[in-house]
Design a protein around this ligand. Structure first.
Ligand SMILES: NC(=O)c1ccc[n+]([C@@H]2O[C@H](COP(=O)([O-])OP(=O)(O)OC[C@H]3O[C@@H](n4cnc5c(N)ncnc54)[C@H](OP(=O)(O)O)[C@@H]3O)[C@@H](O)[C@H]2O)c1
Length: 251
């Protein structure tokens, strides 16, 4: 089991989002050594994260659209620890004020596609690039990106949501590609994608209409499920995507 008696050194990216916050709260309760990021400490979610993590975690600002920000984050973390046991990237973008998931091909726009790819596919690999020196050769390390079942090509039955689907599929490809490289360069590192299920957060709010109540999870349930999946990972799982219940999702 990854989570045992030992305190782990853990970085949670987007720790003030719905699932990121729920995971961070659990890890704070378990007294791990924590490094948490939020896009802005002065936003409402950032302030909330600050209030619950005071004296219990190191808090950093990180805008994932900015490569320098990612590099600076890891330089700062390196002044505080020489390794990380686990990175959980809880960031993700589906919609915002100016971006809606596309229903049909005519809805596609260059800039909107690029924004989805920036957060859902490019940021995860840039996080991996800068975090590599913090993964140890001789100990188990885990790099987990929160993915989504809709990134599975074989599972795509409904169509639509082009940029979200495409960018999560690209993230899953990055997970697989990185896992192959790290088998050679960091043979004790597991790289996975994790699908949390449909979770009651800001990201899913406008799309919960057709979701049966029993299928909608709270962020707290999702955090328990995902930490349980992480705890049961072993090296043979690297490169794969797993759902909240531990089932593998086919590419
Ligand atoms: N909720 C679901 O039903 C569901 C289902 C499948 C997969 N997922 C995946 O689960 C993950 C977590 O989503 P969630 O449900 O917790 O949604 P959420 O509450 O909207 O969290 C998304 C997080 O990503 C952060 N983020 C977005 N753009 C960023 C940027 N440029 N720089 C830094 N941070 C940025 C957000 O920060 P701000 O708060 O500053 O915007 C927020 O913390 C995502 O990868 C999502 O795709 C969710």
């Amino acid at each position: 089991m990854f989570f045992n008696e030992e305190k782990k050194r853990i970085l949670v990216i987007a720790a003030s989002g719905g699932i990121g916050l729920a995971i961070s709260k659990k890890l704070i309760e378990q007294n791990h050594i924590l490094f948490l990021t939020t896009r802005s400490i002065h936003s409402d979610p950032g302030e909330h994260l600050k209030s619950i993590s005071e004296n219990k975690a190191e808090l950093f600002e990180l805008d994932l659209t900015n490569e320098t920000d990612i590099s600076v984050l890891f330089e700062s973390i390196k002044t505080k620890t020489s390794w990380l046991d686990l990175i959980i990237n809880c960031s993700g973008l589906l919609y915002d004020e100016t971006l809606q998931p596309e229903k049909r091909i005519e809805d596609l726009e260059y800039k909107k596609l690029q924004r989805n790819f920036m957060i859902n596919s490019i940021a995860p690999v840039m996080i991996a690039k800068f975090s590599l020196p913090l993964f140890r050769h001789d100990q188990l390390n885990i790099f987990a990106n929160i993915s989504a079942r809709v990134g599975s090509i074989s599972d795509n039955r409904l169509g639509g949501w082009y940029s979200y689907r495409m960018s999560k599929a690209a993230q899953n490809m990055a997970t697989k590609t990185l896992s192959i490289e790290l088998k050679r360069r960091r043979p004790n590192t597991i790289v996975v994608g994790l699908h949390p299920g449909t979770v009651d957060t800001r990201l899913s709010k406008p799309f919960q209409g057709n979701v049966k109540k029993q299928h909608l999870k709270t962020a707290d349930e999702a955090a328990n499920n995902l930490l349980n999946v992480i705890s049961n990972l072993s090296l043979e799982h690297t490169g794969k995507v797993f759902a909240w219940d531990g089932q593998e999702i086919q590419p």
